[in-house]
Design a binder for this molecule. Structure first.
Ligand code: FE
Length: 131
C-alpha cells in the first residue's frame, strides 16, 4: 500500500467529492491569477457536523520537474458544532477557496480534498505559462 492508493478520483460532474479546479488554461509568466477550488459544483456535498469537507490542499508540479510544491492548504473548521448539539451551531465553513498564484513555468495544478467520512479525493488541471 502506498500513499497514492488512498487517493480516489473520478469525474467531478458525477462524483461530489472530486475537487473542481477553476483557473485559466494559459497565464503570463510572473502575473498573478486566481485559482478557485471547490467541491460539488454539479452534485452538492453535505456540510453537516457528521459529514463535511475538512480541508483542501493545492500542489503544483512543474513540467519536467521531479518534485511537487505545496501552493496552499485550506482548513474548513466550522460545521454546525454547538454546545447544544450537532448542527445546532451558527456557522458552517463552506468548502471552496480562492487564492492568487504566480508561475514561471508550465505545469499541473493538483488538488486534494478530504471528506471526514469518505476520505481523500484528487483532481488536476494543466496550466501553460507564456513568457
Ligand atoms: Fe463525503
Amino acid at each position: 500500500m502506498k500513499i497514492g492508493d488512498i487517493y480516489q478520483t473520478a469525474d467531478w460532474k458525477t462524483e461530489k467529492h472530486v475537487p473542481v479546479i477553476e483557473a485559466p488554461d494559459t497565464v503570463k509568466a510572473d502575473e498573478v491569477f486566481n485559482v478557485t477550488i471547490s467541491l460539488g459544483k454539479e452534485i452538492a456535498h453535505p456540510n453537516t457536523t457528521e459529514h463535511h469537507i475538512r480541508q483542501i490542499t493545492l500542489y503544483y508540479k512543474p513540467e519536467g520537474g521531479k518534485f511537487a510544491y505545496q501552493a496552499g492548504h485550506f482548513e474548513f473548521s466550522a460545521h454546525g458544532e454547538d454546545a447544544s448539539g450537532p448542527n445546532q451551531g451558527p456557522i458552517y465553513t463552506n468548502h471552496s477557496v480562492t487564492c492568487g498564484l504566480k508561475l514561471t513555468t508550465s505545469g499541473t495544478l493538483i488538488a486534494s480534498a478530504f471528506c471526514n467520512i469518505h476520505g481523500l479525493w484528487e483532481s488536476e488541471k494543466a496550466i501553460t505559462v507564456q513568457s
